[in-house]
Design a protein around this ligand. Structure first.
Ligand code: NAD
Length: 265
């Protein structure tokens, strides 16, 4: 494996849940990490914890749907850390509703955060990854946070499923465009992970589906796993680190499902 010690990473949505653990994992591996999130105080707290543990971190208040904010944040991280080697486009939300009741504004907000956010952050980091350094591109790794829902559908999640499927297209296109310039891309696809995003869904899904919260967990969330166990933030963070440390482009343009066997490809 290739060490990422001294590399520079930007993780969006890193004030909470999966992104937060990815930031810690990359910092433990020796990378300098920019914690980009809408929640500025949360980003500051995570950056402070990493710094207190001896790591290098920078908090960035960033709405990933705002092109100017994304560009300013990426430029700040690149200036502070001397470049950008890793982007983890992870910021996301969930809104559940049947299609006929799904507000158009909610649909647009979902696609903006998941897809526009992935596009804008990618576009902003690529000049840094394509930068010529001694006759060759600096290169880098871009990881999109997909989901098992990048591969299959569940009721009530039209916008989420659409957005998560869409990330596969972006990752594959980037793998082709970036291949000769040392840029690799992947979609990491977790099953259910107990984070605020999922905790919020349990009562909402129970109400919509007319079942108990226990049934939402055992049937809807874990019913298709091989062992009835939640995926953890650590499982996802370790997978991201593995992909960043993988030494060649033999692995690029892939989707890696981390889900206790829910959807095997
Ligand atoms: P979370 O709610 O714990 O964290 C999401 C973070 O994204 C929050 O800190 C929030 O402030 C930030 N965010 C939201 N909108 C933003 C915006 N416009 N700009 C910048 N930051 C913004 O959620 P999580 O469960 O850690 O989810 C992280 C990612 O993982 C999402 O893309 C989600 O779809 C994906 N995912 C989660 C699960 C799961 O079961 N939790 C499973 C598969 C995929």
């Amino acid at each position: 494996m290739t060490s990422i010690q001294g590399k520079s990473a930007i993780v969006t949505g890193a004030a909470s849940g999966i992104g937060r653990e990815i930031a810690f994992e990359l910092a433990r591996a020796g990378a300098a990490v920019a914690i980009a999130d809408l929640d500025a105080a949360g980003a500051q707290a995570v950056a402070g914890e990493i710094a207190a543990g001896g790591g290098r971190a920078l908090a960035l208040a960033m709405d990933v749907t705002d092109e100017a904010a994304v560009e300013a944040g990426v430029e700040r991280a690149a200036a502070e850390f001397g470049g950008v080697d890793i982007l983890v486009s992870n910021a996301g939300i969930q809104i559940v509703n049947p299609i006929e009741q799904f507000a158009f504004a909610d649909w647009k907000r979902m696609l903006a955060i998941h897809l526009d956010g992935a596009f804008l952050t990618t576009k902003a980091v690529l000049p840094h990854m394509y930068r010529d350094e001694g006759g060759r591109s600096r290169g880098g790794t871009v990881i999109y946070m997909g989901s098992v829902h990048s591969h299959l559908a569940s009721p009530l999640k039209s916008a989420y499923v659409t957005a998560k499927h869409g990330l596969l297209g972006l990752a594959r296109t980037l793998a082709k465009e970036g291949g000769r310039r040392g840029v690799r891309s992947h979609v990491v696809c977790p099953g259910f992970v107990r984070t605020p995003l999922v905790d919020k869904q349990i009562p909402e899904q129970a109400r919509e589906l007319g079942i108990s919260e226990e049934e939402v967990v055992s049937r809807v969330m874990l019913g298709h796993t091989v062992d009835g166990v939640f995926t953890t933030v650590e499982d996802v963070a370790r997978t991201v680190r593995f992909l960043c440390e993988f030494p060649s482009a033999a692995l690029t343009g892939q989707s890696i499902v981390v889900s206790h066997g829910w959807h095997m490809q």
